[in-house]
Design a protein around this ligand. Structure first.
Ligand SMILES: C[S@@+](CC[C@H](N)C(=O)[O-])C[C@H]1O[C@@H](n2cnc3c(N)ncnc32)[C@H](O)[C@@H]1O
Length: 231
């Protein structure tokens, strides 16, 4: 029987990465103009809730603010930093000392043999349509150790996940996708329901941090959930 499961090809990921290469020099500044420090603070609050791990993987960490935060917290002994944009990867490397760099494997796509305790997905699932989000989450589940955790940080417009925002939050998201249509940094034209999709695969997530009436949400999922074992 032919498989109906979607996959996310390396060439598709590379194309998104090239879109981010174009805006790598202005991305962090633009985020600060719009959100001030609140996104960085939200990420900080979320990773403060993680227990120390042997190995943490970050997928789509951009220019590496989150990697710096994890290093400063001494959150893990080793890290995989998986980032599709080469320019973003270079920026992330530049945030570390040469000694710290030895503790990080930098790659553009998930290494096939990756086994990790925690995977962090910060504002990366929102680059993809639902079927590809499912493919990414399924791939994550195969790389997590039993008992491992997935931390999803992203936009949320779903009242079932606590969104209490307003029309301007929805309007901002429409603007954002209009912008990414021009740069090529997104494979979708609307925000996928990332938290519902993660719930479907991992079981109910635990919200650990939020901003702007749950418009931006961080939720943790456990790899040993019943749904994941059944998948
Ligand atoms: C919206 S930006 C978020 C960057 C950063 N997490 C932040 O919050 O500032 C998405 C990032 O994910 C990267 N990305 C997109 N798809 C990816 C994938 N499948 N694997 C690794 N990185 C990816 C992009 O290159 C980009 O740097």
């Amino acid at each position: 029987m032919p498989s109906t499961a979607h996959t996310l090809s390396k060439s598709a990921i590379a194309k998104v990465g090239k879109g981010y290469d174009l805006i790598a020099n202005i991305y962090d500044g633009a985020v600060r103009v719009v959100f001030g420090q609140s996104l960085a603070q939200l990420q900080h609050d979320a990773i403060e809730r993680l227990n120390k791990a042997a190995h943490i993987s970050i997928i789509g960490g951009g220019s590496g603010t989150i990697l710096r935060q994890l290093m400063d917290k001494d959150a893990a002994q080793h890290y995989a930093y998986i980032e599709a944009s080469m320019r973003m990867l270079d920026k992330a490397k530049a945030r570390l000392t040469s000694h710290e760099t030895l503790r990080v494997d930098f790659t553009a796509t998930i290494p096939e043999d990756l086994t990790t305790d925690i995977i962090i997905l910060p504002f990366v699932l929102d680059c993809y349509p639902s079927e590809e989000v499912k493919a990414m989450l399924t791939a994550c589940s195969t790389h997590l150790r039993a008992g491992g955790k997935l931390l999803v940080i992203d936009f949320n417009l779903d009242k079932d996940h606590g969104f209490q925002g307003s029309w301007y939050h929805r309007a901002f998201i429409r603007l954002l996708y209009g912008f990414f249509r021009i740069t090529g940094g997104s494979r979708t034209t609307s925000l996928p329901p990332v938290f519902s999709l993660a719930n479907d695969l991992f079981g109910k997530g635990i919200p650990i941090a939020s901003r702007y009436q749950q418009w931006i949400l961080a939720s943790v999922y456990q790899a040993e959930s019943k749904k994941l074992q059944a998948a």
